[in-house]
Write a protein that binds this ligand. Structure first.
Ligand code: FAQ
Length: 331
């Protein structure tokens, strides 16, 4: 039998042990991926593919759940009943996204408890963007417009990711993200067309959220250790830089339309490229935030730990109920 060594990445992103894979099965798997077939939970897959998916999907799930915090903070302070109802629905959608994603990751054989523990112990990542504070109502508008806008740009190609449960979860998520992006842009448009103070608040929020939004797409391609393998396995369909470029090209005219400017002196239309040239995000800041040094990283993790601890009685009650039902069926 021919064998091949493959290095799996562990849940927390560190290189895992070398795994010996059967070369024939590996070749058959790679051919299925190359033919754009979906890989399903009971299909054979290399251990490194499984681990990469658990890493990415669980980080994505954690981002949705932690991502409820910056906006949840403003539900009680939304300026009108209409805005409050919209924000409430949006934050609930993000909880739903987290749950579909945990379910998709569980089909790969890792329990939700394991994934949650990895987050709470600081071994698993979540998106850098949720480590920035929401200082004014305009930040909520900016998150919808830019953060959900960047999330859609990244997630539309994931609807064609090679792992079936992940790809299918993304279809529903993208529909909802589209509503999130529109409500954010509409809220920003209202502020930009409001009083001088409201317009200034909108501009300030845009200035603070622009660069962190560009960082959401991940490090530049030449510093992205996972991209090559993930693109080959068609988990990622487009590179970090390609998606970042598309996001800039989509967003610049939207900002112009509502009379706001982007805080980038290097931003310029490039006719040959058919896209905008733009400045370089502060990658030192990005890597610091990835390491857990973001402005409100401690508060975010404390909120998650407190929620886990204060929810212990709910988990215990659910388990007791499930045990009772199982005992009744067994009797
Ligand atoms: N933040 O080699 P790559 C949302 C890490 S959902 C933190 O390029 P990869 C909805 C990366 O994990 C937002 N860490 O990695 C919403 C890796 O570390 P590892 C979340 C980051 O996986 C809106 C290392 O750097 N979306 O916003 C970030 O190939 C509003 C090297 O990077 C997803 O998760 C980052 N920004 O590409 C909710 C989408 N970027 O794991 C509430 C799915 C990179 O080796 C309110 N994920 N890192 O230790 C992906 O598409 C990919 O995982 C990337 C990163 C593109 C994020």
């Amino acid at each position: 039998m021919y064998v091949q060594e493959v290095r799996a990445t562990s849940l927390d992103g560190r290189p895992g042990p070398l795994v010996i894979e059967d070369a024939d099965r590996l070749a058959a798997f790679e051919a299925r991926v190359a033919a754009d077939e979906f890989i399903e939970p009971k299909d054979w897959m290399p251990e490194a593919y499984r681990k990469t998916l658990v890493r990415q999907i669980s980080q994505h799930a954690h981002s949705e759940i932690v991502g409820m915090l910056p906006e949840g903070n403003w539900i009680s302070r939304a300026p009108t009943l209409r805005r409050k109802a919209i924000l409430l629905a949006k934050v609930q959608d993000e909880a739903g996204h987290g749950l579909y994603l945990y379910c998709a990751a569980e089909t790969l054989g890792t329990s939700r408890d394991e994934m949650t523990q990895a987050l709470l112990e600081g071994r698993a990542k979540y998106s850098t963007i949720f480590n920035y504070p929401t200082l004014t109502w305009a930040d909520i508008a900016a998150i919808g417009w830019l953060v959900d806008g960047a999330a859609i740009m990244n997630q539309v190609p994931l609807q064609r990711a090679s792992y079936g449960p992940y790809a299918r979860a993304m279809v529903k998520v993208c529909k909802e993200e589209s509503f999130h992006q529109r409500q954010g842009y509409e809220a920003m448009m209202a502020l930009a067309a409001g009083t001088p103070e409201q317009k200034a608040m909108a501009q300030d929020a845009l200035d603070r959220w622009w660069w962190p939004s560009l960082m959401m797409f991940g490090p530049p391609d030449d510093q992205s250790p996972n991209s090559e393998q993930s693109m080959r396995w068609r988990i990622k369909r487009e590179s970090n830089d390609a998606l970042r470029q598309k996001f800039v090209d989509m967003t610049v005219p939207q900002a112009e339309l509502i009379g706001l400017s982007l805080s980038d002196a290097d931003l310029k239309w490039n006719k040959e490229k058919g896209g905008y040239d733009f400045g370089t995000p502060d990658w030192d800041e990005f890597f610091a935030v990835v390491r857990g040094e973001g402005p409100v990283a401690r508060e975010r993790m404390k909120a998650r730990r407190d929620a886990w601890e204060s929810g212990a009685w709910v988990r215990a009650a659910a388990m007791a109920h499930a045990d009772k039902r199982a005992a009744r069926f067994a009797a």
